[in-house]
Design a protein around this ligand. Sequence first.
Ligand SMILES: [Fe+2]
Length: 238
Amino acid sequence: MKFAIFGDIHGNIEALQAAYDAAGRAGAEKIYHLGDLGGYSPFVNEVVSFLTEHGIEGVQGNYDEAVANDREHCGCKAEEPLQEEMAHRSFAWTKSHVLPATKAFMKNLPVEITFTAEGRKIWLFHATPKKNNLYWFEDRPGKFFREMAEKGDADIMVYGHTHKPYRKEVGGKVFINAGSVGKPKDGDPRACVALIDITPQDVKAEFMRVPYDVEKAAEAIVAHGLPPYFAERLKEAR
Ligand SMILES: [Fe+2]
């Protein structure tokens, strides 16, 4: 089975459209998203409409949970005061622009999805199995990977939240961070789509990098009254 994963779309409809087209060209039989549908870019309602129209199922991210429940904070971690201030402005903007239907969609997203392919159990969630805003980077010690795997009985775990893709095997389990469609932070501004191919022998993960009009997406951020800070970061992929 070959399926595509759309991590952290974050209101970027241009990137989502390009990712969808690329997943189709690559022969993905099914697409899932990993939540965090709004924030930083303005097209949160359009992203939700697109997912609905195309029947793309997925899980709830910390941003979705926070927007849907009118939280005070998105639950994202800031490394410095400017980032914290900008994150707050993005969150406030998003909360004030989501349509009721968008909020309802976010509220109803499941926190996890499991399914089986080729006899292997796959487990999708936003960040980690029990906490949806913990950053699970590739350089976490093996102990951390094992502890997370013990929270379920899956063979393959797929998640996002850090916006930095990787595939790793620890203790016979496969861990795939799908990266981010709409806001990569690994220095490559192209949309990232994880293409996962499960055969009886193997679990392959390819991180397709999909070009799209980043300049247009960056201009839309500014034009809609979001901080230009996010336009710059989109272009620099950080
Ligand atoms: Fe997130």
